[in-house]
Design a protein around this ligand. Structure first.
Ligand code: F0G
Length: 357
């Protein structure tokens, strides 16, 4: 037998509520790289190890695949013929792909006009029934909860407990890779499922004695969509980071517990800070993540610079989704890098000399 990786349920089955004889719906998700940043820590002049968990390298380009393999496997095992979710884009892409793999129907509700193009393309290409609603994610979430009470569909948003079960495996992978838990874990917070799932994963390894410490959980939100900073839901969330344009997070209590019990914190960043960090990661480290994901690194940089995260720490930032998900936002930030050049040797040489001096 070779060592062909077959997905996170096979890898971590003893930690997951999936029976041995269950038909697994998998696209070989998980097992994503933990990349140590080189240039940004040097730029900061601080002795801190920053790792990024590059979840954009999952099969549909985001961490949602971890939850979706478990949720769809459980739904199909339960006899479900259809799944449904509200989504800012990534959940719908993952639901569509895993439904296709399973041979069931995916219904997805997305906010009209406020979803990154790549994510819409994915949901359409995988054959989901796409409903663009005149409302935001929170409205869609409410509709999904109501319709699932009356129609034969299984909700695969993170209120489905199988989702967080799958997502907790990212914490296992980080510990398995580092041989220890990080001191700090930084990540974006939208609907607040992922911070809750990581805390569950870290806590389970800790409870079984795999590690003797757990990280402080640091959750970051966009200023225009920061209910945890305001202390209450936001009615009209707005941010360029459309993935986390959420005002009424479903896992509120779990996220507050993760932050509080771990001794971590919540903080917020402007759209401009988010986009600057996305570009910095792309241009200083060669890593392309979507805007929402970059907020984790924005948070780490701020807190390392201020000393809130002390020297000598090991920090992990989750890069939740791939930059290719949202080409429009990327292109609109980098216009100056493209110039029209005549198709002539001299012109190309001139352009090179202009840049290199
Ligand atoms: N980053 C990305 C790229 C996301 O797509 C999401 C959530 C988050 C962070 C926040 O994670 O909700 O667990 O706190 N996207 C959901 C979706 C809401 O519909 O794709 P969270």
């Amino acid at each position: 037998m070779g060592d062909h990786y077959t997905g996170l349920i096979d890898r971590y089955r003893e930690w997951l509520p999936i029976a041995d004889d269950t038909r697994i719906i998998s696209l070989c998700e998980g097992n994503t790289p933990l990349v140590r940043l080189n240039n940004i820590p040097r730029d900061l002049g601080r002795d801190v190890d920053i790792y990024v968990k590059y979840e954009g390298l999952n099969p549909t380009g985001s961490f949602k695949d971890r939850g979706m393999t478990v949720a769809v496997t459980a739904a199909v095992a339960d006899g479900s013929q259809a799944i449904i979710c509200a989504s800012t884009g990534n959940t719908s892409a993952a639901a569509a792909a895993y439904a296709a793999r399973a041979g069931v129907t995916a219904f997805v509700l997305i906010p009209d006009g406020k979803i990154a193009l790549g994510k819409l393309a994915q949901a359409m290409m995988h054959g989901a029934v796409v409903m663009q609603i005149e409302g935001n994610f929170d409205t869609g979430m409410q509709l999904v909860k109501e319709v699932a009470e009356e129609a034969p569909v299984t909700i695969v948003n993170s209120i489905n407990p199988f989702r967080l079960q799958g997502q907790k495996t990212a914490a296992f992978e980080i510990i398995d890779a580092l041989g220890r838990a990080p001191d700090y874990h930084c990540l974006p917070v939208g609907n607040a499922g992922n911070i809750s799932a990581y805390w569950m994963g870290y806590s389970e390894y800790h409870a079984r004695g795999v590690v003797d410490q757990r990280p402080k959980m640091c959750g970051y939100q966009a200023s225009g969509a920061a209910p945890f900073l305001r202390g209450h839901p936001i009615e009209h969330p707005e941010t360029v980071a459309t993935a986390i344009r959420i005002g009424n997070p479903q896992s509120w209590d779990k996220a507050v517990a993760a932050q509080g019990d771990s001794g971590g914190w919540f903080d917020e960043f402007s759209d401009q800070q988010i986009l600057e960090t996305q570009k910095r990661l792309a241009q200083r480290e060669g890593i392309f993540c979507e805007p929402a994901s970059a907020i984790s690194v924005a948070g780490a940089i701020k807190d390392i610079t201020s000393g809130k995260i002390p020297e000598g720490s090991a920090v992990v930032c989750t890069l939740t989704g791939h930059g290719l998900k949202d080409p429009d936002t990327a292109i609109s930030q980098c216009q100056e890098t493209v110039s029209k050049v005549p198709a002539e040797l001299d012109a190309v040489k001139r352009a090179i000399h202009q840049r290199l001096g």
